[in-house]
Design a protein around this ligand. Structure first.
Ligand code: SF4
Length: 95
């Protein structure tokens, strides 16, 4: 005997919706990790320093959450995987 079939159906629908949304939320966090390969190539980006010059010392660098996390660059747009110890031809040392 069903005491309240509509509520049970609704509960199942909400649970199914939550199960559908949860992976999308986790996947979207990964989806933001992106590289701009065309600009990286054009600016000869490398994940290692060039001598003493490195992204963390460049005016274009937008740091990540910690000093060792990857960040972004004003010159290489739509790329959040710029290494603080990377380098490219657009390097401009901070004053
Ligand atoms: Fe690094 Fe080049 Fe961006 Fe400067 S311009 S932060 S050196 S990638």
């Amino acid at each position: 005997m069903e005491s309240n079939p509509i509520s049970r159906r609704r509960l199942l629908a909400v649970a199914a919706g939550a199960l559908t949304v949860a992976p999308v939320v986790f996947m979207s966090r990964e989806a933001f990790a992106a590289t701009n390969d065309a600009l990286r190539k054009a600016l000869q980006y490398q994940d290692s320093p060039k001598g003493a010059d490195k992204c963390m010392l460049c005016v274009q660098f937008i740091p990540g959450k910690s000093p060792t996390d990857k960040g972004m660059c004003k010159a290489i747009t739509n790329d959040d995987q710029i290494s603080p110890t990377g380098w490219c031809a657009a390097f401009v040392k901070k004053a």
